[in-house]
Write a protein of this length. Sequence first.
Length: 245
Amino acid sequence: MLKATGPLSIILLASTCPSSGAAPLSFAEFNNFARECAPSVAPSTLAAIAQVESRFDPLAVHDNTTGETLHWQNQAQATQVVMDRLEARHSLDVGLMQINSRNFSVLGLTPDGALQPCTSLSVAANLLGSRYAGGNTADDEQLSLRRAISAYNTGDFTHGFANGYVRKVETAAQQLVPSLTARPKDDREKPGSEETWDVWGAYKRRSPEGGAGGSSGPPPPPDEDNRKSEDDDQLLFDLNQGGPQ
C-alpha cells in the first residue's frame, strides 16, 4: 500500500462484499500496461510489488479503517464503494498498486482513476522514482531501490525493512520470474532475439549468436553507439546486490 510523506488517504461504507471479484490481470496484460504506462521502472519490479499489494487485481480495495479487503466484479461498483467510503472518512488502499487515498489530492487522482491499471502503475512508478536516491556503486543503487520500496509501503526508508515488506517483495520477485519469462511455444521456436528478465527487472535481449547482452535491444547502428537504451534508465533491481539479507 503506497504511502507518501505528504498529505494522503481512502474509505468504506455499508455494503456487502461480493463473494468473488473480477479476474486479476494476466502476466501478459500486466507487462503490457507496465511497459506502456510506467516505463521508468522495470515490469518485473512492479510485478513483484503488485503481487504483494493486490495479487494483480486492479479492483482490489483494502479498507484500513475496518480491516476489510474487498474485491469487486466491475469498476463502476468498485468506484461507487470507494466514493462512499471516502465520504465516510475511511482510509483506503485502492487498485492494482494499492494507492492510499491520502495521495489522491496530491496526485490529482479520482476514485475511478485509482482503479485504472495504467494510472495506478504510472503513479507507483513516479512515487518509487521520487524516493530513489541512486548511488555510486551497484550495491549502493540496490540498497537505494530497496529503500524506495520501503518508503512505498510505509513512507519511511527503513520501516519497510523492519516490518518485512521489502523481503515480501523480494520473495514475490523470485516466485514470479518463471511466469514472467514464460513464452508461447511458437515464439520460443522462432529464430531471432529472445527477451529475458532477471529477478529485479534488469531487462536484457539475448540473441542466439551473441549471448546475454547488457542493453535492452540489439546493438545500435554505428552512429548511435553512445545513445542509451530506454530500458537503461529503468529502476533495476538485483536480488544478489545491495539489500540486507
